[in-house]
Design a protein around this ligand. Structure first.
Ligand SMILES: Cc1ncc(COP(=O)(O)O)c(C=O)c1O
Length: 441
């Protein structure tokens, strides 16, 4: 082909950078904005920046040769099937294996009640799709997973946040929020919770609180949506017992192979009470016809033919080393008045700045100092969280983590000096959910 012919065709003149469809989009798209994390990606991925922002699993230890052999075997022996549509509920053998995985957390489930999804992100979407109309209330921890908040926003839900502490969701705050929602004449559709190694909070729900939270939800007849992608990535000996293990009828459980195997496979799942499961399959069929057959068979072959538990153990050891590096650097370097959570697993530390500092306003100065984080406001539906940030230790090496924390500490020191001279940042109010936000209008 001549070079002339390969050139990109010129845009038609009427196609300007302004969106000419702006008055035609559905109302639900108004809440669809790029997350603060996405906006950061281009800067944070520059090599000179230590990114403590992204939450990408570190899959450098995956056995790519073995995975290559599994792909070869799958295509060679079951290629016709792997390349074909399959059941909307997901591959039967994989659903059995998923039940074996969940047994590690005390869950006794039948494969019929499992629906395979495109990552647990799609599971959040499907559950919200079948339960929530615009204006419905969803209860979430404060802070909460940015991807779930995006789904709730897209379905035009009202999010009511409930405060956490070092033991996870606070039962007293949950009771208070439920009372306030009821007083506003609303009935929440579900409690969305991440009990283990919270993203972004870094905390886990203690065993006594698990019972208490389930009792409260039982009393209030409130469905629980338990999102548990990090459950097997704890640094202790045994995984936490899933909420679903003790309450099969009122808990919808979401799992994922993104952190224990590979996020690129896009395989997650929902375990739901029988009737809910039927609706989820219908929703899955209308969304995708079926989850990807190839990925499902690959995950299934990996679980069957490889020491996946040994691999998860390796992941846990790597993440623990990085967690330790971050905690040590924080204790050594952070100025007084800075506090942070101590995660017992997963990827994240939640850091609270000294009073009067604003993490979002500080971010450009941090990036100039070649360190990136995610400001706390990304994890709230209502603008709270400005004095906080999420730090991820999953990806950089321990040396880079220490360097990143050193740079961040320097930026915070400078902010403190500015605070001395000019006073507190205007938005850096120290907020609390002791009085829950139930302005649902
Ligand atoms: C709490 C939580 N839920 C769900 C997801 C989505 O994971 P995936 O769709 O890859 O399974 C993530 C990813 O980071 C997460 O942290």
């Amino acid at each position: 082909m001549e070079p002339e012919q390969r050139r990109t065709p010129a845009r038609p003149a009427r196609e300007t950078r302004l969106d000419s469809y702006v008055d035609r989009y559905a109302a639900r798209t108004h809440g669809m904005t790029a997350s603060e994390i996405r906006a950061l990606f281009s800067v944070a991925s520059r090599p000179e920046v230590v990114s403590l922002a992204g939450g990408m699993p570190n899959i450098s230890g995956l056995p790519l040769d073995t995975i290559g052999d599994l792909v070869h075997e799958l295509v060679g022996s079951h290629g016709q099937r792997a390349m074909q549509y399959s059941s909307g509920q997901g591959e039967p053998r994989l659903r059995e294996q998923i039940c074996d995985v969940m047994r590690l957390e005390g869950v006794d489930a039948h494969p019929d009640d499992v629906v395979v999804t495109v990552g647990s992100q799609q599971a959040v979407d499907l559950v919200t799709r079948i339960f929530c109309d615009p204006g419905d209330v969803v209860i979430c921890e404060a802070p909460s997973y940015v991807g779930a908040l995006g789904v709730f926003r897209a379905y035009e839900c009202d999010v009511v946040h409930v405060e956490m502490d070092d033991d996870g969701l606070r039962p007293d705050a949950l009771r208070q929020a439920l009372a306030a929602v009821a007083a506003a004449g609303k009935r929440p559709k579900f409690l969305y919770t991440i009990p283990n190694y919270h993203n972004p909070g870094g905390v886990s729900l203690s065993a006594p609180r698990r019972r208490e939270v389930l009792e409260i939800c039982d009393e209030a007849d409130l469905l629980v949506l338990e999102d548990n992608p990090y459950g097997l990535l704890g640094f202790g000996d045994e995984p936490f017992r899933a909420l679903r293990a003790d309450e099969p009828d009122h808990v919808v459980y979401l799992g994922s192979f993104s952190k224990t195997f590979a996020p690129g496979m896009r395989v997650g799942w929902v375990l739901a009470p029988h009737a809910v499961r039927e609706k989820l399959v219908l929703a899955q069929e209308s969304a995708t016809l079926c989850p990807p057959t190839f990925s499902q068979l690959m995950v299934s072959a990996y679980l069957e033919g490889y020491d996946w538990r040994g691999q998860v153990k390796q992941f846990r050891e790597m993440y623990r080393e990085r967690r330790d590096a971050m905690l040590e650097a924080l204790s050594d370097l952070m100025p007084e008045g800075t506090t942070w959570t101590v995660p017992a697993g997963g990827f994240y530390v939640w850091l609270t700045l000294p009073p009067g500092l604003d993490a979002k306003a500080m971010l450009p100065r941090a990036v100039t100092a070649r360190v990136a984080y995610v400001p706390g406001t990304a994890f709230y539906a209502d603008g709270f969280g400005s004095s906080c940030m999420r730090l991820s230790y999953c990806y950089p090496t321990p040396q880079r983590i220490r360097e990143g924390v050193r740079r961040l500490a320097g930026v915070i020191e400078q902010e403190l000096e500015l605070r001395e001279v000019f006073g507190a940042a205007p938005h850096a109010v120290t907020q609390s959910y002791d009085t829950p936000n139930t302005d649902l209008t």
